[in-house]
Design a protein around this ligand. Sequence first.
Ligand SMILES: NC(=O)c1ccc[n+]([C@@H]2O[C@H](COP(=O)([O-])OP(=O)(O)OC[C@H]3O[C@@H](n4cnc5c(N)ncnc54)[C@H](OP(=O)(O)O)[C@@H]3O)[C@@H](O)[C@H]2O)c1
Length: 273
Amino acid sequence: MNLEFANKYGKWALVTGASDGMGREISYGLAKRGLNVILCARRFELLVEISEDIRTRFPVEVQALSCDLSIEADIESLFLNTKDKEIGLYVAAAGFGTSGAFIDSDIENELNMIDLNCRSVVKMTHHFANELSKKKKGGIVLFSSLVAFQGTPYSANYSATKAFIQNLAEGLSVELSGSGVDVLSVAPGPVASGFSQRANMVMGSALDPKEIAEEIIAAIGKKSLVRPGFLSKALEFALKSLMFRSFRVQMMKVVMGGMTKHQRAGLNIEKNS
Ligand SMILES: NC(=O)c1ccc[n+]([C@@H]2O[C@H](COP(=O)([O-])OP(=O)(O)OC[C@H]3O[C@@H](n4cnc5c(N)ncnc54)[C@H](OP(=O)(O)O)[C@@H]3O)[C@@H](O)[C@H]2O)c1
């Protein structure tokens, strides 16, 4: 229990993407600090399991809410279902990525990614920024990425969604400063979670979401950008050492090329690029 943290960001935190990866681990970390948590994702059974586990470990209330945030009506019903809760922290961890040649991608899936990674985050951030600034306290945590800071071949649309979020968070952290609402952008490198499977990527080394959750929570209210874990910082350092953005894009072509299963299977990405 951390009284100062719970007073500023309680009584409730809403965590999207709470059924897996960073969202799940952050939910545990917030409960440990005394916040009640609303867990949101599509897989309700997983959310119920996690809720029960959190309740057995920490003296907090937990609510599981199943919703598909790429669907506008589900976001509206989330607002309705949570309107009686005093939400002080919105953690937007729901998101997914894709990999491979853009021209071979399923365009509906790519557009759905924009709906989830960008559209839902704008709608929910607008809602909670309004609510929180009325109370003059609270926090918003958005998920950017290492790939947000330059174009990323073989994950071009995903990296564009993350550049969108990075810019949104950066702008809002200054715009809302003085309103009592803290905005944090989280920009991790590779993290071992459900992400790589859905994105069809292979990650050589990856961060443990449990280990970086603490660093992410500790940055709330203290920083506007966190690159959690040694790997995120090392990769940022390596990319920054390349003087020109165009060189970084070429470097990301090599990095993402190595993580793209489509290319590893010897298919035609290199030939056509
Ligand atoms: N993992 C990485 O390497 C990495 C690196 C940088 C940034 N990020 C970003 O960090 C965030 C968290 O990633 P993660 O690694 O924790 O991923 P993850 O383990 O795959 O978790 C993603 C979460 O989002 C939920 N979700 C997916 N589609 C949804 C939808 N339509 N509606 C509601 N919830 C949905 C998933 O739950 P359900 O399937 O149950 O809906 C899951 O709880 C994402 O925004 C990701 O882009 C990840």
